[in-house]
Design a protein around this ligand. Structure first.
Ligand SMILES: C[S@@+](CC[C@H](N)C(=O)[O-])C[C@H]1O[C@@H](n2cnc3c(N)ncnc32)[C@H](O)[C@@H]1O
Length: 207
């Protein structure tokens, strides 16, 4: 699977605006979701935060007793993450080709990570990520939209390309891969409120 040019140019926008992105969102994190996620896991479980950004949620996941590994393609956001978490495991890699063995993790945190992938790569990418899980909670959030890598002028990042899905599509994606106790909700965007709704899903994966 090749990375689309629009995915790469969006990742470059995170490189360029990593500090502003971190500052804009640092006080607007989904704390209640992190606690619900942790309730499906065991203390000290190794969990994967894919598209972790500038450590947006790594600290929260650590503070509820989990061991999160952060992955992102943008070196700019990983540098910000490194400043906040000097000794934390952080890996630069694309979501569809992660350097981990199958079944290595017990939780998957996927907050906005598919935003810059073309929609026809979502299912394959998700299946690849599930292969890294032995069991545990899966958190998935995305823009609630029909866009398929459409240009979008983000107030923090500038011009990026974004994809989204409806709540029914997210539910179908997660349920068709066996997730249990699934909840799917529509939420306002932390910065732009109802002008840009998100779909937020949480479930539990078991082999
Ligand atoms: C919408 S941000 C979400 C960041 C963070 N999870 C949060 O909730 O604030 C998307 C993140 O995914 C990363 N990303 C986008 N496409 C990627 C890919 N193909 N492989 C790895 N990371 C990717 C971007 O660099 C960015 O940090």
């Amino acid at each position: 699977m090749d990375l689309d040019e629009r995915t790469l140019s969006s990742v470059a926008a995170y490189d360029e605006h990593a500090r502003e992105y971190q500052e804009a969102l640092r006080l607007k994190r989904p704390q209640a979701d992190v606690r619900r996620f942790a309730a499906f896991a065991k203390r000290h479980d190794l969990v994967l935060d894919v598209g972790c950004g500038p450590a947006s949620d790594l600290r929260l996941l650590r503070d509820v007793g989990l061991h999160p590994v952060g992955v992102d393609l943008s070196m700019g956001v990983l540098r910000e993450a490194r400043m906040l978490l000097p000794r934390h495991p952080l890996v630069q890699a694309p979501l569809h080709r992660l350097p981990f063995r199958s079944h290595a993790f017990n939780g998957l945190w996927c907050s906005g990570s598919f935003t810059h992938l073309p929609r026809d790569q979502w299912r394959r990418t998700f299946v690849g990520l599930l292969d890294l899980l032995e069991s545990g909670p899966v958190y998935f959030s995305c823009l609630r939209a029909t866009a398929d890598l459409e240009p979008y002028d983000d107030p923090v990042l500038g011009r990026v390309h974004v994809s989204g899905a409806a709540e029914q599509e997210v539910e179908a994606l997660l349920a068709s891969h066996g997730l249990q106790d699934l909840t799917v909700e529509v939420r306002p965007d932390p910065l732009l409120d109802r002008r840009r709704p998100w779909v937020v899903a949480l479930g539990r994966f078991e082999r």
